[in-house]
Ligand binder design. Structure first.
Ligand SMILES: [Zn+2]
Ligand SMILES: [Zn+2]
Length: 446
């Protein structure tokens, strides 16, 4: 009873409550009308892709959150989008199939997480009890010790009177021997580690344990969710080859004073977003703008390679690296759909590269609400965007591909083509062959 009271005082949630808080957090997804519904459908597929990675890695709370977000988004929220009616039937049916795949997974995870939360909670209560027992024992010993000291004082008065010296002896009872059954770490230090994706603690167990210490989560807005999918928390890893390959590919355009743009795509691994591909779509560029065309081709390519959209990259042939007003608007939907999405700007003339995001607390919503188009002035204070430091763990350099097509002299991976829809197959074959004969021809300049 005492333990239960302490748990409540500490704000420790009971298992059911904790699960409910996690579910509520997952449902707090909002639709932004400035992002076309089609992009939500694309992003939904990537959301499931990421959730599956979390599931494989044993990061069950993160997987559950993403599956729940996906369901909230497509069972409920997307219908409120003003352009919902414009979503093609094919996108809807692909989405329906995903929902059927996700639903049982989320249900299973829910049961599993509740079990785990219950275990953690019970373990916590047991420890509180244990601590109480130790405290009582300590107090008992302290009282005994005081009693002995009192006795010793009386005795010493007697011995001193006979001319002997009373030497205090160490009290063995004062030495605390830890209970071998008690948890090894001091309870105060045992929290939920930040890294939910840590390897399973029991190597022998087939189902990895999500035991991350003994203290269950207090609320999802504090310790538990600190490692969940939240804005800005995941690191984006950008190998330096992303820029060097992209600059090589865009050289011809740069020489002609035309911008080049590419999509940054990659994978989720241990809660890091790693850029593994730059995809150069068919595009139209001017000295200060660049527009992608046939985006379906990019999507097909990403689907074939299980890639997640991590942002975009473009050149400023004659200017420095910054985000123009048009760039801010181009970047906005990327970041609304993926909070970590970055915009890389390469300014070869100034040998400068910038890594940018819209300021999450201000710029993102400001630009989402700005309805102007073309180049137009924005207020600069507070700042709408900010620079990010490039992160690279060094290991990803060798895995990076500037479109894997470069490695294949005859065209894209044959498996890609086999999987493509028949009506796109022909045009893609032609385009990819052109790209593969010589990588540079993959840039469409005017
Ligand atoms: Zn720009
Ligand atoms: Zn604007």
């Amino acid at each position: 009873m005492q333990a239960l009271k302490e748990a409540r005082n500490m704000g420790i949630l009971e298992p059911q409550e904790r699960l409910r808080a996690l579910t509520n957090y997952s449902s707090s997804v909002e639709i932004d009308p400035s992002v076309p519904p089609k992009r939500y459908y694309r992003s939904g597929l990537e959301m499931v892709r990421m959730a599956n990675v979390y599931l494989d890695e044993g990061s069950y709370e993160n997987a559950y959150v993403l599956y729940m977000k996906f369901m909230t988004l497509f069972l409920e929220k997307i219908r409120k989008h003003p352009d919902y009616a414009s979503v093609p039937a094919t996108d809807k049916s692909i989405n329906q199939a995903k929902l059927r795949e996700v639903l049982p997974k989320a249900e299973k995870l829910k049961v599993y997480l509740l079990e785990q939360f219950t275990k953690e909670y019970n373990r916590y209560l047991a420890e509180v009890k244990q601590r109480e027992k130790h405290e009582q024992e300590r107090q008992r010993r302290e009282a005994e010790k005081q009693e002995r000291l009192k006795q010793a004082a009386i005795a010493s008065e007697w011995t001193d009177s006979k001319g002997k010296i009373a030497v205090p002896t160490p009290d063995l009872d004062d030495i605390y021997y830890p209970d071998p059954n008690a948890p090894s770490a001091p309870l105060e230090d045992v929290g939920i580690p930040d890294d939910l994706t840590s390897e399973p603690s029991e190597a022998t167990s087939k189902i990895p344990s999500i035991d991350r210490g003994t203290k269950p989560s207090t609320t999802t807005s504090t310790s538990s969710s600190s490692s969940l999918v939240k804005p800005g928390l995941r690191t984006v890893v950008t190998p330096s080859k992303v820029m060097s390959h992209f600059l090589t590919l865009s050289q011809k355009n740069t020489f002609n004073n035309i911008e080049t743009c590419g999509i940054l795509a990659g994978k989720l691994e241990k809660n890091h977003l790693i850029i593994t591909h730059v995809i150069l779509p068919k595009q139209k560029g001017t000295p200060d703008s660049c527009t992608t065309m046939n985006e379906e081709e990019i999507f097909d390519y990403q689907d074939q390679h299980n890639l997640i959209t991590i942002g975009w990259i473009h050149t400023h042939p004659t200017q420095t690296a910054f985000l123009s007003s048009v760039d801010l608007h181009t970047h906005c939907p990327y970041q609304l759909l993926m909070p970590e999405a970055i915009a890389i700007v390469c300014a070869p003339k100034y040998e400068e590269t910038g890594f940018f995001i819209l300021t999450p607390n201000y710029g993102l919503q400001y630009i989402a609400n700005c309805k102007k188009s073309g180049f137009h002035p924005h207020p600069t204070d507070p700042p709408l965007f900010m620079r990010m430091a490039r992160v690279d763990d060094g290991e990803n350099e060798r895995h990076f591909q500037c479109k894997s097509l470069k490695q294949n002299k005859r065209g894209p991976h044959s498996s890609d083509l086999n999987n493509l829809t028949a009506n796109r197959k022909k045009s893609l074959t032609v385009e990819y062959r052109r790209a593969c004969c010589t990588c540079r021809s993959f840039i469409w300049s005017q």
